[in-house]
Write a protein that binds this ligand. Sequence first.
Ligand SMILES: C[S@@+](CC[C@H](N)C(=O)[O-])C[C@H]1O[C@@H](n2cnc3c(N)ncnc32)[C@H](O)[C@@H]1O
Length: 227
Amino acid sequence: MESIEHYLRRKRHYQDETVAKIYEMKRFGGLFGWMRHMRDITAIRRAIRFANSLGTQISFVLDVPCGTGRIFQLLSQKGIKFIGADISHAMLLEAMGKPKSHLEGLVGLVVSDAEWLPFKDGTFDAVMCIRFMFHVPREIQLRILKEMRRVTNRWGIVEFRHRYTLRYLSNWIRYKLGLLGELKYRFSKHDLEELVSEAGFKVRAIFPTRPYAPFLSDKWIVLLEKV
Ligand SMILES: C[S@@+](CC[C@H](N)C(=O)[O-])C[C@H]1O[C@@H](n2cnc3c(N)ncnc32)[C@H](O)[C@@H]1O
């Protein structure tokens, strides 16, 4: 799991205006970047659809950290109202510059720390947390999940990185042979269930971002339900 120092560095990293400006282009620019982005969006869409099929329509969402508002278009297209929260003012400024059609459902943008969310209990139908947890040490993940649980009525939609990939297997072998200095932590299903249950959630469904080749991607979009 990442160290507290790494997390604090990442917290500062995205406050930089230049970092915020190039964030989307660097990770999601070009054909492969766009495909990466669309895989996230497709898995999130499936999670929302599945949650809706279980009774409560998701109509009000907190996206934290929302970054540059990468999933705003999806939320607006689905007629969902949403608030975007992020610790970085620079990232929120980028989000404000999204095309009007992406911002149709936007209720507000809030500079805030995911560890202490400035919302009342049960404000949202769902809280989303995408591309963030892998920067965060376990004790802070737990704190953030507890905050998410507090402000949601029922659902959490969270991206976690798992270990059931060919890359993890090859890194694990190299690590055991002493050919790799550090093996990056990735969740097992058991560890993930343990973490979310400590926060008062249960895993309701898992949506791999590459459902047809799950061993090639370590990203899971996980639908959590309040216990
Ligand atoms: C990799 S970006 C992900 C943004 C967005 N969810 C996405 O999928 O594109 C990580 C974001 O986390 C934000 N961040 C880092 N620490 C935070 C914290 N403690 N509370 C709220 N936002 C935080 C950063 O400012 C940055 O915008």
